[in-house]
Design a protein around this ligand. Structure first.
Ligand code: TTP
Ligand code: MG
Length: 389
């Protein structure tokens, strides 16, 4: 039995808990500037149509009495750690998937805590008692269904799909609720006349593969009640990224490169702290008209140096035809491997000797940043000309 637990309006609930004046009020967590976006909104604000990732000005248009609260990432991260620790009391098989959500394999916990519904109740009570926050819990023997189930009775709800109910649930499950089904896949499904997961069984494997590639095979499995993924098997994190909305929309390439460098350094530092190598570099660009693209490059040898990440990111941006001003940009890495595997040899034998040196520099910089804080050392190109350091 797999449980998927997701905190309710996480950042907003923490703020409402810590400031009683905000309780029961429509609030949005984010920044105060006109350009900032909503991280999340309290359920009271959601009633007015305020949503995550919505520009703050739009949220204020929809809900003029909205209270905007400055986000405090450190506080949310600390709360996240507390919650993950609570999960560890129930089972050692916990896979955190984001700041406020985790999968728990509770197979075998029945003897101690009772059936899944009761386990879920006990977990909820414990979280409530220790953090004064609520969460929603979904359960199923299939991982993908557990995730969907946690949303069914949100907020503060429990929904368990017993094994014998799974087929019926799958039959009528709307395609758009399946994790990984994006806008484009949804459009194709509509064109094929498919609205529920059960209807996927009508399509031939060949059509599914042709239209949706690898994901098509996965959907076919889901439709037949097959999901071999287990909890924890995929490792804790599959990607590391850093992004920010710019102060002003821009097409100034020098400025864009400086931003890419800052993000590459942040991502590189995180990667090295986790002692990982990445074989995939991604950039994300959001334009002034809010359209968004991502581009990625698979590398022949994995990297962890900030300068290598930066170089790939610049290459990706330069390859992209950019006709609109950029509003947000981000850099990410994925396809991780751990150093120590034979693959590490490739790096040190690589012809790009320069890279080795940068990795040494990176590590030295990381060490200093750990002792004295992140702002202390920056690459010269990130230092404003009037403030040499
Ligand atoms: P979610 O679990 O997606 O949202 P939520 O917990 O706020 O609300 P729900 O009750 O629907 O689960 O995300 C968890 C936190 O991650 C959220 O509180 C704020 C942050 N977040 C962002 O910063 N930006 C985003 O676009 C999203 C979706 C979330
Ligand atoms: Mg949540």
């Amino acid at each position: 039995m797999i449980l998927h637990i997701d905190m309710d309006a996480f950042f907003a609930s923490i703020e409402q808990r810590d400031d009683p004046r905000l309780a029961g009020k429509p609030i949005a967590v984010g920044g105060h500037s006109r350009r900032s976006v909503v991280s999340t909104a309290s359920y009271e604000a959601r009633r007015f149509g305020v949503r995550s990732a919505m520009p703050m000005f739009m949220a204020l248009e929809r809900c003029p009495h909205l209270i905007v609260v400055q986000s405090d990432k450190g506080k949310y991260a600390a709360e996240s750690r507390r919650i993950m620790e609570i999960f560890n009391h129930f089972t050692p098989v916990v896979e955190p998937v984001s700041i406020d959500e985790a999968y728990l394999d509770v197979t075998g916990c029945e003897r101690i805590f009772g059936p899944p519904h009761e386990i879920a109740m006990v977990i909820k009570e414990r979280i409530k008692k220790e953090t004064r926050l609520t969460c929603s819990i979904g359960g199923s023997h299939l991982r993908f269904l557990a995730k969907i189930a946690s949303d069914v009775n949100k907020p503060d709800g429990i929904f368990i799909i017993e094994e014998e109910q799974a087929a019926g649930f799958i039959e009528t499950l709307e395609i758009r609720k399946i994790p990984g089904v994006g806008k484009r896949a949804m459009e194709q499904m509509e064109m094929l006349g498919i609205h529920t997961l059960g209807e996927i069984n009508r399509l031939s494997p060949a059509i599914l593969k042709q239209k949706f590639g690898k994901f098509g095979a996965q959907l076919r499995n889901y439709a037949r009640g097959i999901d071999p993924s287990t909890v924890g098997a995929d490792g804790p994190r599959k990607s590391i990224s850093s992004e920010s909305t710019l102060e002003h929309d821009t097409s100034d390439m020098d400025f864009i490169k400086k931003q890419l460098l800052a993000h590459a350094q942040r991502v590189g530092r995180d990667l090295r702290r986790k002692e990982l190598l990445a074989a995939n570099v991604t950039i994300k660009l959001k334009f002034a008209d809010f359209t968004q693209i991502t581009r990625q490059n698979k590398l022949s040898a994995p990297i962890c140096s900030s300068s290598a990440i930066y170089r790939e990111a610049v290459r990706l941006v330069e390859k992209t035809q950019i006709t609109k001003k950029i509003r947000l940009l981000g850099v990410g890495v994925s396809s991780f491997s751990e150093p120590g595997a034979p693959v590490q040899l490739d790096i040190f034998e690589s012809t790009e000797q320069q890279e080795d040196k940068w990795e040494d520099v990176d590590r030295a910089v990381d060490k200093i940043a750990r002792r004295f804080g992140n702002g202390i050392i920056k690459k010269a190109t990130l230092t404003p000309p009037d403030k040499p350091s």
